[in-house]
Design a protein. Structure first.
Length: 531
């Protein structure tokens, strides 16, 4: 079959390559080219060339190996954006260990689950999160801790911790890590993503996946080795990791890393580093919309859709795209020269196959909408698997290898695609995907409610925020129920998952199948506007 031949060619295209191979290419060709610029909010700016980045990654790999970490072991990287994140992530790749990059907004319940699920052997974190990491994951062999919090001095000295932390600097060894043959199908990394079940799923990438993310992202954005980007979105997520970090280092460009987005620093850092492109989200450009736009070097920004008004206001080309952790990069993308109409996310990327299906499984044509299904090669152009979750893998793929994204896409009469909705019970809070069911399960743990339903309320900056409708148990004290539920969420959920409001009701609206009619609940909530 032709599809089998295409799959085989995708796999063959990765022969002899892995992430260390990618760095080595630029070390060999331009060792003194700047690979990373660190722009902290406090302290000195720092620069690593490609040769220095590789040397530090290999030094950390050697240090991990000396402490018993082996190829195939899972290492938690619980760090905000920082030089240490990059060194740790690439260091794991050099060793053949699997970098598990976790959301730093996570609470103890999350961290314990992450560590248990992948049987992590150790963790690398920073002072702010060190005690939480140790207390949540007692099975770890050791916890390594940086001497700063994303460039900021720690609030308390490291020796104030209640456990014997390994200083991050002590992981940097003068030895050499074991030499491994390039294996594109070796496991590379895990990112936990929200699902419609109550616990996140571990999306496993191979080295081929990482290379694909970098190469294809660079192709879509037409990156060159004289390009520079700023990464302020969290490196533990696919957007900054795949679109920004790996795309930059595939193409030999320069990655400028900030601890997080800062509206007041955006233009100064952009101009000082002559940034030429950016992967961003609506929250960021809304935050700088009222600032004067200076002369700059940007030629392109990529975001959730083609937005001509943003392009005109900031004087850049704006590309629209759609992707997810499971697709590694943009499965749908606009073309740099043919951006399409306002609001479009583009057309299917040449590297993927796409179907939009109606509820009965039939293919939707122009003028319709349906659930997006994507086909690629698992372990190359699609993620390898949901690690440790065979049921989720079985549910995600059909018998022909099509992956159900759960996103509803609309096709206009000319074939342009638009993001419409999520068919699964998901919310989009800023840049974070949130499963309503996870929040609901936590709220049910309070023992105060008979039933609850979490839905999204539209928000002018964050896109959506979670709110909950609850039916109290008989006899429950409703006067303090809202505060109790919110505090319980704060203790058991990352901050972006905490419900912002609690609506106490006598009953929940039902569909014909007796499911909660969440669309009706959403319609009761007014959009939160800037005014």
């Amino acid at each position: 079959m032709l599809s089998d031949q295409i799959d085989a060619s995708r796999i063959q295209s990765m022969d002899g390559m892995d992430i260390p191979w990618m760095l080595s290419q630029w070390v060999r060709r331009s060792p003194d080219k700047v690979a990373v610029v660190w722009e902290p909010f406090t302290g000195d700016r720092a620069v690593l060339t490609y040769a220095e980045l590789q040397a530090q990654a290999r030094s950390l790999a050697a240090g991990l190996h000396e402490r018993g970490v082996r190829s195939g072991d899972f290492v938690i990287i619980h760090l905000d954006n920082s030089l240490e994140f990059l060194i740790a992530w690439y260091g794991c790749a050099e060793l053949g260990a699997v970098a598990v990059s976790t959301n730093t907004h996570s609470v103890a319940r999350d961290l314990s689950y992450f560590s248990d699920h992948v049987s992590a052997v150790c963790a690398i974190t920073q002072p702010t999160y060190a005690q939480l990491m140790f207390d949540s994951c007692p099975e770890l062999r050791f916890v390594a801790v940086t001497d700063n919090d994303a460039g900021e001095p720690p609030a308390a000295p490291i020796d104030a911790l209640t456990f014997d932390a390994v200083p991050f600097a002590d992981l940097l060894s003068n030895g050499q890590p074991p030499e491994l043959p390039a294996d594109p199908m070796r496991n590379l990394s895990v990112q936990f993503t929200s699902g419609t079940t109550s616990r996140p799923k571990a999306v496993l990438w191979t080295h081929a996946n990482g290379l694909w993310a970098g190469k294809v992202s660079a192709i879509h954005m037409r990156l060159r080795n004289d390009d520079t980007t700023i990464a302020f979105m969290p490196l533990f997520h696919t957007n900054a990791q795949g679109y920004s970090m790996l795309a930059t280092h595939w193409s030999g460009g320069t990655l400028v890393v900030q601890p997080k987005f800062s509206a007041s620093r955006f233009w100064d850092v952009s101009i000082a580093n002559k940034a030429t492109w950016l992967s961003t989200i609506p929250f960021a450009f809304k935050a700088i919309a009222n600032q004067p736009v200076p002369d700059h070097h940007y030629r392109m920004w990529g975001t959730a859709a083609h937005l001509p008004s943003i392009a005109e206001h900031f004087g850049v080309q704006v590309m629209g795209w759609w992707g997810m952790t499971e697709t590694l990069t943009h499965g749908i993308v606009t073309d740099y020269d043919q951006p399409g109409p306002s609001g479009t996310i583009g057309r299917v990327a040449p590297e993927y196959e796409l179907q939009i299906r109606d509820d009965d499984g039939s293919i939707v044509g122009p003028g319709g909408k349906g659930v997006l299904h994507v086909r690629g090669v698992r372990g190359v152009s699609l993620f390898k698997e949901y690690y440790g979750n065979p049921q989720a893998n079985a549910d995600a793929f059909d018998e022909n290898g099509w992956f159900n994204t759960g996103d509803v896409i609309r096709i206009d009469d000319d074939g342009w695609l638009y993001f419409s909705d999520r068919s699964k019970d998901m919310l989009k809070v800023g840049a974070e995907n949130v499963a309503a069911s996870e929040i609901e399960s936590v709220i049910m743990m309070t023992g105060l409610v008979d039933e609850c339903a979490v839905v999204a309320q539209k928000h002018f900056m964050l896109d959506e925020i979670p709110v909950v409708f609850v039916i109290p148990l008989p006899g429950a004290d409703t006067s303090t129920m809202a505060d109790t539920i919110i505090e319980h969420c704060r203790a058991n959920l990352a901050d972006f998952k905490v419900v912002r409001d609690v609506h106490i009701v006598d009953e929940l609206p039902r569909s014909m199948l007796n499911k909660v009619a969440k669309a009706e609940l959403r319609s009761r909530l007014p959009e939160i506007t800037q005014s």
